[in-house]
Ligand binder design. Structure first.
Ligand code: FAD
Length: 461
């Protein structure tokens, strides 16, 4: 008789978890409190961005679970080779992400979730139950884990050998586990609100971009304005999902249409042309305003292999490194590797998972927080750009021996997040030293030297 597992949450991480566990012959039941999203025409009420950046960790974890599934669910991704920085005057400047053409990719959240659910449906040992909201879990040492759900305003109970909580940042699985163990837990809202806007497809086919795209689909567009910013990622139909990020006090101070219009016109005139002034003001006035928070906890499991939490349930982070889902997918790969290593001994696998994964999870939560400043402010600073170019130059010269932080986080799934920080700290010192030498050389060498170095770095992408 196969062991039974209840996976709570049929979001991105829950679907991948269910598939990975089913492939290890567990009898899986996948629950979500939403109705089947493939049957509803409503837009994503979760209020989170409808397109996401997927990079190496996410892609390699999908491939690890199942190569063919990965190919099918990723078939519509749009590669983004770099950032496109838009200044107030409407000038655009491209900044490459990778050293050798590596890219991150834009993918529609709904399409990805639905394709994963289609894959779930093809697997006979996964049973899906939508409209089931987990309300309580009685964890037992001697017998099964007893879960109570609210389903169509009545209660339904299910027993499982173990449960995996993939029920997002406000996880009920986590709060039920907290009643059973001494789990360290913290939740922090950051002072940033986000509002989604929409750039419609261009009216004509753009030969430069090979489709109805008004701006390059192969860049993550950023309008950095120091304390706030606008970003946009392409969708397959030529549209872009754009998101404004800024402090709550600023957003709340824009309390009339006139103030909103004035703010948008003075900060994002070229974006306004793409979105449409009326549409942008409407979006600011009517669209939901999202809050961003970080969640950290430890451990992630209950002993005796009874329960574990993955994805946002274990580590909610701000979206500025584009790693939340990628990291959640990586959780699945790491856990499956440990289950294989311990030959199915869940007690050992879960314990090692909690012990090893924590440093990586707190590292990426921190990196994501720090990246807000980089995206909204640093990308416009000459010193930052000089440093980035040096970093890139060294990365290309000393391939594999010098790795820029962005490369390690987004393109190297073999480097754990915490190691990326350790390596970057060492490189940072060398980089600061080199930068100081260059600045000194510029000062001493006068205008001639300044011009040579400036030209060299300027042409370096
Ligand atoms: P969720 O997506 O939250 O799914 C949880 C599921 O559990 C949901 O389906 C929910 O209905 C269900 N559920 C919740 N409670 C219960 C319950 N009690 N009973 C039953 N079911 C329940 N990440 C990236 O990697 N790249 C990006 O570019 C990126 N951009 C982002 C942009 C924004 C603005 C935001 C807010 C986030 C972004 N993220 C990004 C993060 C990413 O969205 C999350 O990390 C990811 O969705 C986490 O997936 P999950 O399955 O763990 O949780």
């Amino acid at each position: 008789m196969p062991e039974s597992v209840g996976v709570i949450g049929a979001g991105l991480v829950g679907c991948l978890t269910a598939i990975a566990l089913a492939k290890r012959n567990f009898d899986v039941t996948l629950f979500d409190y939403r109705q089947d999203p493939r049957l509803t025409t409503t837009s994503d009420k979760n209020l989170r961005s409808i397109n996401l950046a997927i990079s190496a960790r996410g892609i390699e974890s999908l491939q690890y679970v199942d190569k063919e599934i990965s190919e099918r669910v990723l078939k519509d991704i749009i590669p983004m080779h770099g950032r496109m920085i838009h200044d107030r005057a409407g000038n655009q400047e491209s900044q490459n992400y990778g050293l050798f053409g590596e890219c991150i990719n834009s993918i529609d959240r709904g399409v990805l979730n639905n394709s994963l659910l289609d894959e779930v449906d093809k697997i006979s040992n996964i049973h899906t139950k939508f409209g089931h909201k987990l309300s309580q879990v009685k964890f037992n040492l001697q017998s099964k884990q007893s879960c109570t759900f609210m389903a169509d305003s009545s209660k339904a109970s299910y027993d499982f050998d173990f449960i995996v909580g993939c029920d997002g940042a406000y996880s009920t699985t986590r709060s039920q586990m907290q009643r059973d163990i001494r789990m360290d837990y913290s939740q922090e809202y950051i002072d940033c609100c986000y509002i989604e806007l929409y750039i419609a497809p261009a009216k004509v086919h753009n030969t430069e971009f090979n489709g109805p795209f008004a701006i390059s689909p192969n860049h993550l567009h950023i309008w950095p304005r120091h304390n706030y910013m606008l970003i946009a990622l392409a969708n397959g139909d030529g549209s872009f999902t754009s998101t404004f990020f800024g402090p709550w006090s600023l957003v709340e101070s824009l309390d009339t249409r006139a103030k909103i219009q004035e703010f948008l016109m003075s900060n994002f005139p070229d974006a306004l042309e793409l979105i449409g002034t009326k549409q942008a003001v409407d979006a600011f006035e009517k669209n939901p305003r999202g809050a961003l928070m970080c969640v950290e906890c430890k451990p992630y499991h209950l002993d005796n292999g009874r329960a574990i939490i993955l994805g946002d349930a274990a580590h909610s982070m701000v979206p500025f490194y584009g790693q939340g889902m990628n990291c959640g997918f990586e959780d699945v790969r790491v856990l499956m590797q440990l289950l294989d290593k311990h030959e199915g001994d869940r007690t050992a696998a879960f314990a090692e998972y909690s012990q090893k994964r924590h440093t990586d999870l707190v590292s990426i939560i921190e990196l994501a927080k720090n990246n807000y400043k980089e995206m909204s402010h640093s990308v416009t600073s000459n010193l930052y750009l000089m440093r980035k170019k040096l970093d890139t130059m060294l990365g290309r010269l000393f391939r594999d021996k010098w790795l820029p932080l962005y490369t390690m986080v987004s393109f190297r799934a073999d480097i754990p997040y915490h190691m990326a920080i350790v390596i970057e700290q060492k490189q940072k010192k060398i980089l600061s030293y080199l930068q100081a030498i260059i600045i000194a050389a510029m000062a001493v060498g006068g205008l001639g030297m300044y011009k040579v170095l400036r030209r060299t770095l300027k042409n370096y992408k």
